[in-house]
Design a protein around this ligand. Structure first.
Ligand code: F6P
Length: 376
């Protein structure tokens, strides 16, 4: 009897998505018992019943391609913009799952996608997920695909910034993606020998950063590379947002929806002011050290282009394993990386568990040992 699997990619794109689609597709088609269908643009495509045929011909040429042939979006089933409204489209999605006679839906995505997939699993759909994100911050898996490629790109950028910073005796602040987790800034910073690395997990003191740069000046080195994660916060900013979030949780727990809504808006407004904090830091460092300073924002360059060999292998392994688990009757799980192997982890254990950099992690110790300033 033929089985049917649907595939969608959701959230920010990540190198390796096509390798994962190919891994799933080829394993399924080779079994001779499983048909596959792709849904375009994440959960929106499933809601709108926009599909893509995934046959041998389509799968044959995608391994090395960046992005996702299916397209992606950040739309959530339960909060979907439809016309001028935001609606709960979960039931429509469930109907389309049944219309296609699906025996499973594979959702490939980061932390947000795991949450949305879990909501669908709670509605009775058979869901499997794969962890992808350049941020490497999905819980319950050793790593996610996309991260390695992004780290390579950011490392190459730091290498290139070194020679120009050195020639001009400048500070170059390089902003690296990662709102909530500092894996990318820390990994690329370590690999590229950044002099300062600032990550969301360690609130930084600009005076200490300036002092580290001045110490380099005293040793006769008049340039510095500062690798900053998008979400890194100065000590005072961190304290302010933490208090606001604590007050909001308290108001929510006490059922005070008016105050909790007001605080949500305040948090949103304050967070918006933080988007320019790398520019602010760059200017501060110029003032504090007297060295000319420049800011480079790597942005979406870090997500684009062909995946690294490591990400192609990882995404292929996860895609193939996912179909094997499906054939064994496993459902409601994320296929996670554990050492050299994979394990299915129930979705309820995955949601809400963001994997941030532990403060005693080897990479942090190594950075401190090679005299990198972490801003604390
Ligand atoms: O979630 C991955 C990520 O690349 C983050 O590092 C980054 O902050 C965000 O996506 C950017 O999102 P968008 O592509 O929507 O601008």
């Amino acid at each position: 009897m033929n089985k049917h699997i649907g595939i969608l990619t959701a959230g920010g794109d990540s190198p390796g998505l096509n390798a994962a689609i190919r891994g799933i597709g080829k394993t399924a088609l080779s079994s001779g018992k499983i048909q596959i269908v792709g849904f375009r643009d994440g959960f929106r495509g499933l809601m709108e019943n926009r599909t893509m045929r995934l046959d041998w011909e389509v799968l044959a040429s995608i391994l090395t391609q960046g992005g996702t042939i299916l397209g992606t979006s950040r739309d959530k089933p339960h909060k979907m913009p439809v016309g001028s409204e935001v609606m709960d489209m979960t039931e429509v999605i469930c109907d389309n799952y049944r219309r296609h006679n699906l025996d499973a839906l594979i959702c490939i995505g980061g932390g947000g996608t795991q949450k949305n997939a879990y909501r669908l699993a709670q509605k009775g759909l058979n869901i499997l997920t794969l962890p992808k994100t350049i941020d490497n911050d999905v819980g319950m898996t050793d790593c996610t695909f996309g991260f390695n490629t992004a780290m390579e790109i950011a490392t190459e950028a730091i290498d290139r910034l070194h020679s120009t910073a050195h020639s001009h005796h400048r500070i170059i602040v390089v902003e690296i993606m990662g709102h909530n987790a500092g894996w990318l800034a820390l990994g690329a910073g370590l690999a590229g020998g950044a002099d300062v690395i600032l990550i969301p997990e360690i609130p930084y003191d600009p005076l200490k950063v300036a002092q580290a740069i001045r110490e380099r000046q005293h040793r006769g080195t008049n340039f510095s590379i500062v690798a900053v994660a998008e979400g890194a916060l100065a000590v005072d900013e961190h304290a302010k947002i933490t208090t606001m979030k604590e007050n909001k949780s308290k108001a929510k727990a006490e059922g005070d929806t008016k105050i909790s809504k007001k605080l949500s808006e305040e948090i949103k407004a304050f967070s918006a002011t933080l988007t320019k904090n790398t520019l602010r830091l760059t200017n501060q460092l110029e003032e504090l050290t007297g060295l000319e300073s420049r800011l480079t924002i790597l942005g979406h360059l870090q997500r684009g282009g062909t995946p690294s060999a490591a990400d192609r292998v990882l995404a292929t392994r996860l895609g193939c394993a996912c179909v094997e688990y499906f054939e064994k009757g496993v459902g409601g799980c994320m296929v996670a990386v554990k050492g050299d192997s994979t394990v299915p982890v129930p979705l309820e254990e995955v949601v809400g568990k963001r994997y941030t950099v532990p403060l005693d992690h080897d990479w942090i110790r190594a950075a401190r040992n090679v005299n990198t300033c972490l801003g604390d």
